[in-house]
Write a protein that binds this ligand. Structure first.
Ligand code: 87F
Length: 540
């Protein structure tokens, strides 16, 4: 028989009884004094959820399925972000910044393999330069933020804050590129940008300032540019699928939805089943020669002829983190994929009465050391002012992929207990094979999270052929795959016809992997011959 530890009762209704008992007993705080701490377990007993949350800081007050917006905001606030006193701006706390840094390390190393070099251009843009490329800035203009004062005096000329850096960088590309030997020029910068959005700010997904990388490259030939567009897009797919365990579709943006200043736009598109919305995950654009013309970026080829360069630009942002949270989180909080979790394993001592507490603490420390030495990001939680049950909930809320519990019986049996965050499965593993076992478990969790997310998305995909089917699928929050004539006017028309409170439907992308399109298939919206299958939906 196992002793009656927290492990055995956490999550069931007797938690409350135990919490009560502890209240009577009291627990020593870090100061050594008895501190009044909230110890209600995760289920919180008979009180209303919202009250319990206020009291304990534990537990979410809403369910993901019941009020997604509120759920998302609560989950984010659990150490990922802090709201700020300027609307649309958020503090990225270490828990989320660490995720950004892990993705950054991966992506930065990959683009360096492609001979892309990092640089840094100023945050400020002079108005003349910003407005040089009219096509580009048109439509975006209302989102540009301006500095108009220094202290109390007006600036002679207001200065824009970069919303993206084409116009900041390309005058210098024009200066630096002279001959064919200066090509390709491949630069990237990790920076912040500001876009003064007015619609519904959402942490990570739509904020007025965000972090991103922006790559800007110039080539002698279109072929080289085309090739790079897809290489970068593949890296974006890998960030989502291999790191964030979020399935995405690679594809081509429509003429309406592409970056207006460029030739064509490719993207990775994710889908959030709960809201039935698509979300553009990252974009890789071929700019063609539009900017080269505008900024006179020319080179002399081998024969001494003056030619215009071909350019690309590509970016992914902290939006990635929001998509990950929305995809994996559950009613207990965040679930972090092991590859991006700054703490992959949390080790929690489960002392019991007069059992060998020091022995248990030592076993926890030894476990963390063994895991850390093997390159696993592990941490112990030895805080003595919280009960094990409280810690379980707290680390579940923060989404740590694997919990290890060590109690008296584990010590006796030279084992530890593992509990997976993704599916709750518990296992006792011998300490002798700890490292291999944990490595294997983390890989399984990563795989399973991706697989579960993929199945959930697949269940939402609906192939349709007619307008009625389209509207019905849209109302059922489906990710719609439809045969389309690929005409701009028709997409505009679909947008107009679906305009409502929750936003209009538009194309997300035309997937590179196209299902067969039999001769004679007609466009669902115009009735003209269909040219391709395209994903449609409302989007973020
Ligand atoms: C907002 C204000 C001003 C998006 C904006 O996607 C300008 C813009 O140009 C703007 N919002 N864009 C498009 C950005 C295109 C492009 N830039 C480099 C990328 C990848 C990185």
């Amino acid at each position: 028989m196992r002793p009656n530890t927290w492990r055995d009762i956490s999550g069931c209704s007797s938690v409350r009884k135990l919490a009560k008992k502890e209240e009577r007993v009291g627990m020593a705080g870090p100061s050594g004094k008895k501190e009044k701490v909230d110890k209600a377990g995760p289920s919180g007993g008979g009180k209303k959820k919202k009250d319990v949350k206020k009291e304990t800081g534990l537990g979410l007050s809403v369910k993901k399925d019941e009020n997604f917006g509120e759920w998302y905001s609560e989950v984010c606030k659990h150490e990922m972000i802090e709201y700020y006193d300027i609307s649309g701006c958020y503090i990225l706390r270490p828990w989320s910044m660490a995720i950004w840094e892990i993705m950054q390390t991966f992506f930065d190393a990959e683009i360096k393999k492609m001979k892309v070099k990092n640089c840094y251009f100023p945050l400020f843009v002079s108005p003349g330069v910003l407005e040089k490329e009219k096509d580009h800035i048109e439509g975006f203009a209302p989102e540009v933020a301006w500095v108009t004062k220094s202290g109390k005096s007006d600036l002679e000329v207001p200065i824009a804050i970069r919303p993206t850096s084409e116009t900041v960088m390309y005058p210098y590309y024009s200066k630096w590129i002279r001959g064919h030997r200066d090509l390709p020029l491949k630069l990237n910068q990790w920076c912040n940008v500001v876009r003064w959005e007015f619609s519904n700010p959402t942490p990570f997904i739509r904020s007025r300032e965000f972090l991103w990388q922006e790559g800007h490259t110039a080539f002698a030939t279109k072929e080289e540019a085309d090739e790079e567009v897809l290489q970068i897009l593949e890296l974006y797919r890998r960030i989502y699928e291999e790191y964030l365990a979020v399935p995405v579709v690679k594809g081509m943006k429509s003429e309406n939805e592409k970056f207006a200043g460029g030739l064509y736009t490719t993207s990775v598109e994710a889908f959030i089943p709960n809201t039935g919305r698509g979300v553009q995950g990252a974009t890789s654009h071929c700019l063609g020669q539009n900017f080269a013309k505008m900024f006179e970026i020319r080179y002399e080829d081998e024969e001494g002829k003056r030619e215009m360069v071909w350019q690309n630009s590509w970016a992914y942002s902290t939006r990635t983190i929001g998509v990950m949270i929305m995809t994996h989180g559950d009613d207990k909080g965040l679930i972090l994929p092991p590859k991006v979790a700054s703490v992959q394993v949390v080790v929690i001592p489960v002392p019991y009465k007069d059992a060998n507490t020091q022995g248990i603490f030592d076993a926890c420390t030894a476990t963390v050391s063994a895991l850390s030495e093997a390159g696993i990001r592990a941490e112990e939680d030895l805080r003595d002012n919280y009960s094990p049950g409280w810690k379980y909930s707290n680390w579940e809320m923060k989404g740590v992929p694997l919990r290890i519990e060590i109690g008296p019986r584990d010590l006796e049996n030279d084992q530890v207990r593992t509990v997976r965050r993704d599916n709750g499965v518990k296992e006792d593993i011998p300490r002798g094979s700890l490292v291999e076992h944990v490595k294997e478990l983390l890989e399984k969790i990563q795989q399973n999270m991706y697989e579960v997310a993929r199945q959930k998305r697949e269940a939402c995909v609906q192939e349709i052929r007619t307008w009625d089917e389209f509207i019905s699928a849209l109302n059922q929050k489906k990710l719609i795959l439809a045969p389309w004539c690929d005409e701009e006017e028709v997409e505009r028309d679909v947008k107009a016809r679906t305009k409502g409170e929750t936003g209009a439907a538009k194309t997300l992308c035309s997937p590179f992997e196209q299902p067969e399109l039999p001769e004679g298939t007609l466009c669902f919206a115009s009735g003209k011959p269909a040219k391709k299958w395209t994903y449609w939906g409302r989007s973020y």
